[in-house]
Design a binder for this molecule. Structure first.
Ligand SMILES: Nc1ncnc2c1ncn2[C@@H]1O[C@H](COP(=O)(O)OP(=O)(O)OP(=O)(O)O)[C@@H](O)[C@H]1O
Ligand SMILES: [Mg+2]
Length: 341
């Protein structure tokens, strides 16, 4: 479309009060302007759009039956499917992982921080990431790190809930969410992505599953370059091969090794505010932690810190603390036993 055609559409939808189409043509114009190197104009337009959306959010009076009213009903429907909408302060410093995983995350973040360089050379932008691996190893955390580093809002979508409760409407709802996220420049985080594979169990006819998977494939294929989708699963083998292929980056999160456990402990001890009363025994327990997730190890350690703190004299006056290593040992053993049951 030429610029004049965009202007005609904008005038038409604006005068007709057709907000949804107005927003979508404005977004198209922004993308068009970026591609035709009118970056300043694109950025100005984008910020006008963002401000207007923010204003609408604070506008509480809505006339029943108005376009805005239907838009709000629509929003409410989507809101049920969105677990939360968050901003994040997490940075790469908050996550521990093997070098290659950290690098993957770093490069992904960099691509979006320097997206204009890629655009200038018309290089494709990686914007779809799949994170997989055992529970408690940092998949959700990594998505918060990406949101925090890029300073973007993130909508967390529980695919499990969508698929099980409103199977028939899953396709429609996913399309709505993707559209809204693109307009508001949010990251989409699809947790429990393997639920898609489970549609087979819920649905009598396989047509429904095909439809949802096809919707996702289409949404992925037509995703604007500046939008980001992160999917997480601990059952990658449940996923359709065609879906897996759509991701630009596939990152495996693993249980921590000894070095990573040590790093996790340093992080959890707030780099020296807390320390063990028996260092040698603590080092032995670290070896016993092998096989546990980051989450489990951190949980036992935080519990040990709290119990040691309360057992100390006048804990309210303390600025640092010694951890009773024996307490931690017992907690780790209990955690391992629970795992083996
Ligand atoms: N790699 C890590 N580095 C630092 N802390 C971690 C890491 N992995 C997990 N944690 C800690 O454990 C908590 C839970 O981890 P997280 O929610 O990211 O796990 P997950 O991989 O998404 O698990 P699930 O598959 O159950 O959703 C984090 O908030 C963090 O405190
Ligand atoms: Mg998670």
């Amino acid at each position: 479309m030429s610029q004049f055609e965009y202007i005609k559409d904008i005038a038409k939808f604006g005068l007709e009060n057709d907000q949804e189409r107005l927003l979508s043509v404005l977004n198209e114009l922004i993308e068009h302007s970026k591609k035709t190197k009118k970056l300043n104009f694109a950025i100005q337009l984008q910020s006008i759009l963002k401000d207007a959306i923010k204003q609408q959010g604070t506008n509480t009076l809505t006339k029943v039956g108005s376009d805005n009213y239907y838009q709000k009903l629509d929003d409410r429907e989507i809101a049920e499917l969105i677990l939360e909408k968050v901003t994040s302060d997490y940075t790469l410093e908050n996550i521990i992982a093997e070098g290659s995983v950290k690098n993957e995350l770093k490069f992904f973040i960099e691509e979006h921080q320097k997206i204009e360089i890629l655009r200038r050379f018309e290089l494709p932008v990686a914007n779809k990431v799949l994170m997989y691996g055992p529970s408690g190893c940092g998949k959700t955390l990594a998505s918060y790190v990406i949101a925090g580093e890029l300073k973007k809002m993130m909508v967390v979508i529980n695919l499990g809930a969508i698929v099980s409760s409103k199977l028939g409407e899953t396709s429609k709802n996913l399309s709505k969410i993707f559209k809204k996220a693109a307009i508001e420049d949010c990251i989409i985080f699809l947790d429990e992505f393997d639920s898609l594979g489970k549609i087979r169990d819920y649905s009598q006819d396989h047509g429904e599953m095909k439809r949802v998977v096809n919707t996702i494939l289409q949404l992925f294929d037509y995703l604007p370059q500046s939008s980001i989708v992160i999917a997480a699963t601990n059952q990658k083998d449940m996923l359709d091969e065609a879906l897996i292929r759509r991701f630009d980056n596939i990152i495996e999160f693993k249980l921590p090794n000894e070095k990573e456990i040590q790093e996790l402990i340093a992080l959890t001890l707030k780099n020296g505010v807390f320390s063990f009363d028996k260092k040698i025994i603590a080092n032995k327990i670290i070896k016993e932690c092998l096989g546990l997730s980051y989450y489990s190890i951190q949980k036992t350690l935080i519990t040990a810190i709290k119990r040691s703190l309360f057992a100390a004299k006048e804990p309210e006056k303390k600025l640092s603390g010694k951890i009773d290593t024996q307490i931690w040992k017992e907690l780790v053993e209990a955690e391992k036993q629970a795992l083996n049951k």
